[in-house]
Design a protein around this ligand. Structure first.
Ligand code: AMP
Ligand code: MG
Length: 649
């Protein structure tokens, strides 16, 4: 949505973060302003209480078991009768004329010299003090048994109250109710329990640009990711999330929504609009919602500096940063501990492992930094690849296995550092096949095929050179590469290191993209098209980053010319297409399948070789063989061709 320019505050209106608090200081102040918090409770039936924390101790109202009980199938006896019993000299006992099953009350006493048949769980009859297992007896003439094993008093008997004694505290307040706790409660006859009720958490997104998933995306619009993310994370942490929608950056409307949300919920969590910049209004409203208001605005976290923590008349109001990754980290690090404490739940415990860094990781001094990592098996243990694409990238979460934390006063972590990694999952999952290097949509087709065969694949996009370095360190099976050697005029082979083999992949046609109908390009061969573009001062290009294979091609096309747009140097094929589609540029160079998917006109220039450097040592692994078979299969070759790639040879 385009704003009326007069309504956009100028830079001079932007306040700065006056006081940035350390993460620890911000948390301490927030907790001091919020606690003690009167934990709201409710009484629920057992099944409804699953996952909630007990608000009170639970005291057993009966003994469990309620009577002395047999633990085995056998005979209730007097131990004293069997003192002399042995294989050679069995003792004969007369049977009482009853059998004690579960739930049946014994009628006859076990007198000296007698025994009563009893089932597992049967109540011990009067006079009996032990059970002899049926395996050590045999029927004898005249309604009797012979026993060839002595028993000690109390053997195979659970006495009344031995499991839980009446009056004993069987579960303490704060215990989280799971299946085992439900078992304990049911066994002592408890049908309902008083628990800390789920926190009612209102979730609200802010931003003029936000569009709900499922709706068509407007120009300059962004799908609202934080609403669903925060709601799900609240639920994962035992709360009840109420997503109230996305609101535009309109102070009056937002204030009404925030007041209503706060009236009927325990907690209010917003995202966006906290940066103290143009259009950021949410934090301004908080001061009017209740006392003491903002506790921390600006926390030394990366990502997540704009986090705003407030307490309004006893209820927490939190504004998470707008970028989804920042929102998630600040939520987990700063908000989850508070929500759990408010809900009477114990602190969250995340699984951890230890891994080594393949690269140096720089870090900003003065901010606690979280860096997402993907784990792969290296020569001497797990390696942690930083997957960060910046705080605006959401896919990093899907590729990451966990994160490392870099303390505020550390400015970098050296390559080779061994570090604790907090896992997103309960255990480390090392994939069957690791592919590290350049990315291509064709690769998704091959990986998709073997994934459907049940092979787990981790594919990390770190560029061709990064892939070769990983292959050299034996951290991947295959490194996808597309590197042109101008000296030999050969693709990829000259770049292979020791112990690597080239697996031919496919060819990608590079070409000029333009919007259909543009007479400067339509129906022209490449040299004329470039000439026309360069002759027109209005014609804007989009370039590629230094080091990209495509860039070498563009520089060859341009010679010494530096047309308008030359310094716009995005890092991907898709970004080139998007710039042309959105009219930020009129032409650029990208690969055929991307041009086709974007609906752009395409003038072919040359073929690029997209191949794989295979770590020879790992060739015989099942997953590698499956990859090679999938790559060469006729249906894959057809699928690649349909997607716009051509055969390697
Ligand atoms: P803000 O803090 O409002 O300035 O937002 C910072 C960045 O996060 C902007 O690029 C926003 O478009 C983006 N953003 C804000 N809210 C959301 C959301 N709910 N989902 C996805 N992106 C968002
Ligand atoms: Mg915003």
């Amino acid at each position: 949505m385009v704003k009326n320019p007069s309504s956009i505050p100028r830079n001079t209106d932007q306040k700065q973060f006056l006081t940035i608090l350390s993460r620890e200081e911000a948390l301490a102040r927030f907790e001091a302003a919020l606690f003690p918090w009167p934990v709201p409770t409710e009484t629920l039936r057992l099944a409804e209480a699953l996952g909630l924390a007990l608000a009170e101790d639970v005291v057993a109202q009966v003994d469990v078991p309620p009577f002395d009980r047999s633990n085995v199938d056998g005979f209730a006896v007097r131990a004293a009768d069997l003192v002399a019993a042995s294989d050679l000299q069995p003792v004969r006992l007369t049977l009482n004329m009853e059998t004690i099953a579960c739930g049946s009350l014994p009628q006859l006493a076990v007198l000296p010299g007698t025994a009563t048949a009893i089932a597992t769980g049967g109540p011990l009859p009067r006079g009996a003090d032990a059970i002899v297992m049926v395996e050590y007896t045999q029927p004898a003439e005249g309604a009797a048994i012979e026993v060839w094993r002595a028993v000690s008093p109390g053997q195979f008997v659970s006495s009344a109250g031995s499991d839980m004694a009446r009056g004993e505290v069987v579960l303490r307040a704060g215990s989280v109710i799971g299946a085992r706790e439900i078992g304990i409660l049911a066994a002592c006859g408890t049908a309902q329990v008083t628990v800390a009720r789920k926190l009612r958490v209102a979730v609200l997104s802010t931003g003029d640009e936000l569009v709900q998933p499922g709706e068509p995306l407007q120009p300059a619009g962004i799908y609202d990711a934080n609403g669903p993310i925060v709601s799900a994370a609240v639920t994962e942490n035992g709360g009840e999330a109420y997503f109230l929608g996305a609101f535009p950056d309109d102070e009056a409307r937002l204030e009404t929504a925030m007041r209503e949300a706060l009236d009927s919920h325990d907690v209010l969590i917003l995202s966006g609009g906290t940066s103290k910049g143009a259009g950021d209004v949410s934090y301004r409203i908080i001061g009017r919602l209740g006392q003491p208001g903002i506790i921390a605005h600006g926390v030394a976290l990366k990502p997540g500096k704009p986090l705003c923590l407030a307490v309004c008349d006893g209820k927490p109001v939190i504004i998470l940063p707008g970028f989804p990754t920042s929102a998630m980290f600040t939520f987990h690090d700063m908000v989850v501990p508070i929500l759990r404490r408010m809900a009477g739940l114990p602190p969250r415990v995340d699984a951890q492992t230890s891994a080594q860094l393949p690269f140096r990781v720089p870090s900003e001094l003065g901010r606690t930094e979280f860096v997402m990592v993907s784990l792969v098996q290296g020569r001497d243990g797990l390696m942690a690849y930083a997957t960060g694409k910046g705080s605006g990238a959401i896919t990093a979460f899907a590729q990451a296995d966990g994160f490392i934390r870099i303390d505020a006063f550390v400015d970098h972590l050296p390559a080779g550092a061994q570090l604790p990694v907090t896992l997103f999952t309960p255990q480390v999952k090392v994939p069957d096949l690791v592919v590290i290097g350049s990315h291509c949509t064709g690769l998704d087709l091959v990986v998709g095929k073997i994934a459907r065969q049940g092979i787990s694949v981790r594919s990390l996009a770190v560029g061709s050179l990064g892939g070769l370095a990983a292959a050299k360190r034996c951290e991947c099976d295959l490194a996808p590469i597309h590197l042109f050697d101008p000296q030999t005029q050969v693709y990829n082979t000259p770049f292979l290191g020791e112990g690597m083999e080239l697996v031919p992949g496919w060819r990608r046609i590079q070409g000029i993209v333009f919007r259909r109908g543009d007479a400067r390009f339509e129906d022209h061969a490449a040299p004329e098209a470039v000439e026309a573009a360069l002759a027109d001062p209005e014609c804007m290009m989009v370039n590629r980053n230094q080091g990209a294979g495509t860039r070498i091609l563009i520089d060859q096309l341009l010679g010494q010319k530096r047309p308008d747009g030359y310094w716009n140097q995005p890092r991907s094929h898709n970004a080139v297409a998007a710039a042309v589609v959105q009219k930020r540029a009129d032409w650029g160079v990208t690969i055929g399948p991307v041009a086709r998917a974007a609906g752009l006109g395409f003038i072919p220039l040359t073929q690029e070789h997209f191949d794989f450097a295979l770590v020879a040592d790992r060739k015989e692994r099942v997953a590698v063989q499956a990859f090679l078979a999938a790559l060469l299969s006729p249906d894959m070759q057809e699928a690649l061709e349909r997607a716009g790639f051509s055969r390697a040879c």
